[in-house]
Ligand binder design. Structure first.
Ligand code: AMP
Ligand code: MG
Length: 323
């Protein structure tokens, strides 16, 4: 299949209408979209990504008025949180509309919905005027792409089009919040932080990782994720990068002084937002350089630091039950 690279949200909408696959920019990471109402098109997302069929997709819409197309009901917590944070990097899990094909939600009776805040994504969704099922535009298990050339590397020849945009401003996937029960539960940390959610909805359950006896509430969270080909190692300080591997190692973090031997590549981040925004791009750059070990500095687990630490742990493969 030849992949078209385009700047036209209208062309992207036409391809979606025809049952095609379109990768598109969002403020979190690039997404791989298909018309959520066409089961065949949605199936081809799973094929293009090599995504396990039990991992549900997030449905993207242009605005809250389209919620009724995908949700059976909108719980009060979802209503309040979307009123505050949409459009933006928040995905709410709500009861699924019966007309939505089962393949979108991997057979679950709930659906994840997000209204992205990116001018190109919004233009495409508005032109399309329907729900677009879209996971991140990477091959399953790999770091999410945050630029269109990264999408082309991951999925070139496997999708009909790539809609161009700049680098994703946030660089980490959306916060996923299960609003089907009360209190709501954060299933995945993201740029809409726990602190920000609590300010609007003071009751939130503390259950990002369910205890082993419980079924996994967010199937995607059980898979190893965000992993580059190099080994990812978490450290507290540059001193911990062993001198013997430094010549083929890379380092990313907030502190960049104190190496015993300076690694081949060092990325010093201004702050946690900069760290988050550049992490996946850094992983890809390291792959190209043939780096064997990537040392990532841990950050305090408050605000956006929670989402960043979640991705760092998963990239390092430290998550229990990871694959
Ligand atoms: P991705 O779009 O690839 O970043 O992945 C979407 C994430 O949201 C995955 O971790 C999914 O398991 C999760 N997700 C999507 N829909 C649901 C749902 N209905 N219930 C629980 N988790 C969901
Ligand atoms: Mg993903």
């Amino acid at each position: 299949m030849e992949t078209r690279i385009t700047r036209s949200p209208r062309l992207a909408a036409t391809i979606l209408r025809d049952g095609g696959l379109v990768a598109f920019p969002t403020e979190t990471v690039y997404g791989l979209g298909a018309d959520a109402r066409q089961a065949r098109a949605v199936e081809s997302i799973f094929a293009a990504k090599g995504r396990p069929a039990d991992n549900p997709l997030i449905v993207h819409i242009a605005g809250r008025t389209q919620l009724a197309q995908v949700a059976a009901t909108v719980p009060p917590s979802a209503e309040a949180l979307l009123a505050r944070f949409a459009p933006g990097p928040l995905t709410v899990i709500v009861p699924r509309h019966p007309d939505l094909p089962a393949v979108v939600t991997a057979g679950l009776d709930t659906v994840g919905v997000r209204i992205p805040n990116h001018p190109v994504a919004r233009a495409m969704l508005t032109a399309f005027a329907g729900p677009v099922a879209a996971p991140s535009a990477n091959r399953s298990g790999r770091p999410s792409p945050t630029t269109w050339p990264a999408v082309a590397e991951e999925l070139g020849g496997r999708v009909d089009a790539i809609l161009q945009g700049g680098a994703s401003a946030i660089g980490l996937e959306s916060t996923v919040l299960d609003c089907t029960g009360e209190p709501p539960v954060i299933l995945r940390e993201g740029a809409i932080t726990r602190e920000a959610l609590l300010a609007v909805w003071p009751q939130l359950a503390d259950a990002v990782s369910p205890p082993p006896a419980e079924p996994v509430r967010s199937p995607g969270q059980k898979y190893r994720h965000y992993a580059p080909t190099a080994k990812v190692i978490l450290v507290d300080h540059p001193q911990e990068v062993p001198a013997r591997v430094a010549p083929t190692a890379a380092y990313i973090g907030l502190t960049h002084r104190g190496f015993v031997v300076k690694p081949q590549r060092v990325r010093r981040c201004r702050d946690i937002a900069d760290y988050a925004q550049s992490l996946f791009r850094f992983f890809r750059a390291c792959e190209k350089l043939g780096v064997r070990h990537i040392y990532c500095q841990r950050v305090p687990e408050t605000h956006m630091g929670r989402a960043l630490m979640d991705r760092l742990r998963r990239a390092a493969g430290a998550e229990e039950g990871s694959q």
